[in-house]
Design a protein around this ligand. Structure first.
Ligand code: ADP
Ligand code: MG
Length: 310
């Protein structure tokens, strides 16, 4: 990973490579259509870059949350996206601008992911829901994206169906991981002691993608927490109708109480459920960047130029 990355003991990166344009968002982009999504702190809207006519997704982040200055969180999120530039399964950051004078949000305009959240298809009706073959391909991509982040010492900590997007939904495209707001960089730390985000679990994601149900969800918060702490998961035929036993075995190997027994992302990729046809799930353009994950990036002489094609 770039030595220039400055990480504090909480895993926050405090230095970004490309400068935030002093220009206002509205001078450079037109908003189009309705919003693409929203989370706890941000609204994401579709926009068109005036000079190129290209479409992007603009993430509007408030500089103050609950009365507190959170500019450092925004810098951290941008810095992590920058450091994941060569990861084909992470949304690519195009640039960052201010929104209005002074205190209003900065903006990340990242490559739009037109297919929306995988969440939508997880809970869709039968004919639109993912097939097991779809899930195998998408789970491999998520794991490759996460393995690449982990190789770079980054943990996402908020992997959930709302933060995994699709480049297109029909035909089913590729995944893009978004939302590094809670991510942490483990450069100088051995252990994370803060409790953050959703427990990072590919096992849960796979369960949801295959069944449309959340493995631990109870009728209230308390029941859900109890299900999590006791790893109380329904693997019955009712829930897993038509799903292979290899898939269930894969999920079981991840939904384990002892974190040390859970497979790493690299190990998951070797599970028989996923290791069947290496690379057949990938578009050829992804292969080169995966062969050499540690290749140093060339520094971009023109920070404002598009990071990649939309
Ligand atoms: P928050 O930190 O508030 O959760 P996110 O980064 O997760 O913000 O964005 C909120 C939602 O906006 C996402 O769940 C997703 O639906 C949508 N979204 C985020 N980035 C993009 C993108 N690049 N393209 C399309 N939609 C996006
Ligand atoms: Mg989110």
């Amino acid at each position: 990973m770039p030595d220039s990355r400055m990480t504090n003991k909480n895993g926050m990166v405090s230095k970004i490579q490309t400068r935030i344009r002093t220009d206002l968002f509205k001078n450079n982009y037109d908003l189009v259509g309705k919003e693409l999504g929203r989370g706890k702190f941000a609204v994401v809207k579709k926009c068109i870059e005036k000079t190129t006519g290209k479409e992007y997704a603009a993430k509007f982040l408030r500089k103050r949350r609950k009365g507190e200055d959170c500019r450092m969180d925004i810098i951290h999120e941008i810095a992590v996206l920058e450091s994941a530039k060569s990861n084909p399964f992470v949304v690519s950051l195009h640039e960052t601008l201010h929104k209005d004078n002074g205190l209003s949000p900065a903006m990340n305009s990242s490559q739009g992911a037109a297919g929306g959240e995988i969440f939508n298809q997880c809970v869709a009706d039968n004919d639109e829901a993912f097939t097991e073959q779809d899930v195998i391909r998408l789970a491999r991509q998520i794991l490759m994206g996460v393995a690449c982040l982990h190789r770079n010492n980054v943990v996402h900590l908020d992997l959930k169906p709302q933060n995994i997007l699709l480049t297109s939904s029909r035909p089913l495209g590729d995944i893009r991981i978004v939302d590094f707001g809670l991510s942490r960089c483990m450069d100088n730390i051995k252990e994370l002691r803060e409790i953050l985000g959703t427990p990072e679990s590919i096992g849960v994601l796979t369960y949801v993608m295959l069944t449309g149900e959340s493995p631990f969800l109870g009728s209230d918060k308390q029941e859900t927490f109890l299900n999590i702490s006791q790893i109380n998961v329904d693997y019955s035929q009712d829930v897993f109708e038509g799903v292979s036993s290899l898939a269930i075995d894969f999920i079981k190997s991840l939904l384990q109480k002892n974190p040390r027994k859970r497979a790493t992302a690299e190990e998951c990729l070797k599970h028989p459920w996923l290791s069947g046809h290496p690379h057949s799930h990938l578009h050829s353009s992804h292969l080169s960047s995966l062969d050499e994950p540690e290749t140093p990036e060339e520094s971009d002489p023109e920070p404002e130029s598009p990071a990649s094609t939309p």
